[in-house]
Design a protein around this ligand. Structure first.
Ligand code: NAI
Length: 326
């Protein structure tokens, strides 16, 4: 079985190559993302493997089908970059529903602690032998109210982590988990009561721009926003305005609305064209990581194992539990 593997990064290769050799899959690793312009690279392959910022729209699906591809394996959980409705009856789409929910939840807490204790500032100061503490005052998490939006696999682990810090946890989920012991409130209540808000829901038409100019008005002044889910849950321009107006106390972003052209690449020494991103990064109370929350050894191995299982199951024509389009 030959698989065209798009948006390859050096850290992807070892686990996939090893498993591929063991289980009879030859991966063709391409650094480029899958788009209409690069779809011809799938020629001669049996399946395609993509990540979060590859484009799998109707036009790309048509091209894949022209080349006889009928298996699309996402090596991620989110699938907002795939036109699922169009894929139906044309191509089997499988994903990795969970690779390490701990990795993402722990990263969310790492961002929060870094931000509110100014670790990012302190690190740079002491490297320069500046041992002054001025401007580094933080606040205790203990006793603060954290609002968790989306209490699935990642959100629930984040809830447990926050409880370990002695925080008061409230949550909003369109489908609240039964008998979970989680205190659910409406989204408006969550917005108005939370000192910290962390997003762990998928990007859908309903969740698009959950934080925008109008919902911002409902937030507590000084709220800390954490987004490790999908960038477009937050209107980045509105967030920037909220930060400039001192409404938002801090923002911890592992994802960004327009990340596809920027994240995962080295632009040091280049001029960034995205003014909103550049301005956000320039703020002392904003921390941006480049869609890094998933990146642990455990997660990379789980991603490779589940993706290879998904590919082989589909290749054998069997039904697959991780299939999105049936
Ligand atoms: P999950 O499917 O286990 O949980 C998602 C939760 O969101 C569910 O409880 C669901 O009921 C809830 N939900 C659905 N629609 C909602 C709505 N309109 N409002 C509020 N809640 C809603 O997903 P999981 O594994 O916890 O992942 C959550 C998100 O994290 C993914 O959708 C993905 O976008 C993101 N993610 C980010 C990663 C990163 O590296 N930054 C890595 C993996 C996932």
């Amino acid at each position: 079985m030959k698989v065209a593997f798009f948006d390859t990064k050096p850290y992807d290769i070892p686990a996939f190559e090893k498993l591929g050799e063991e289980r009879g899959i030859k991966f063709k690793f391409y650094e480029t993302k899958l788009t209409e312009d690069t779809a011809d690279l799938v020629k001669g392959c049996d399946a395609v493997c993509v990540f979060v910022n590859d484009t799998v729209n109707a036009a790309v699906i048509d091209r894949l089908c022209e080349y006889g591809i009928n298996i699309l394996a996402l090596r991620c959980a989110g699938y907002n970059n795939v036109d699922i409705n169009y894929a139906k009856d044309k191509i089997r789409v499988v994903r990795v529903p969970a690779y390490s929910p701990y990795a993402v939840a722990e990263h969310a807490m790492a961002l929060l602690l870094t931000s509110i204790r100014r670790i990012h500032k302190a690190y740079i100061r002491t490297r320069d032998f500046n041992f002054s503490l001025s401007g580094l005052t933080g606040f205790d998490l203990h006793g603060k109210t954290v609002g968790v939006v989306g209490t699935g696999k990642i959100g629930r682990i984040f809830v447990d982590i926050c409880r370990g810090f002695g925080m008061h946890v409230i949550a909003y989920d369109k489908f609240p988990a039964e008998n979970s012991g989680i205190e659910y409130v409406s989204l408006d209540e969550l917005f108005s009561q939370s000192d910290i808000i962390s997003f762990h829901c998928p990007l859908t038409d309903e969740t698009y721009h959950m934080i925008d100019g109008s919902s911002m008005e409902k937030l507590k002044k000084g709220v800390v926003i954490i987004n490790t889910s999908r960038g477009a849950l937050i209107d980045a321009e509105a967030l920037l305005e909220g930060i400039k107006a001192r409404k938002i106390g801090a923002a911890c972003l592992d994802v960004y609305e327009e990340e596809a052209d920027v994240f995962f690449q080295d632009f040091s020494g280049h001029i960034i064209a995205d003014d909103v991103l550049a301005r956000l990064i320039s703020m002392p109370n904003v921390i941006v990581t480049s869609h890094q929350a998933f990146l642990t050894e455990e997660a990379l191995n789980n991603i490779a194992e589940t993706t290879v299982d998904n590919l082989l199951t589909c290749f054998r024509g069997e039904s697959c539990g991780n299939e999105l389009v049936m």
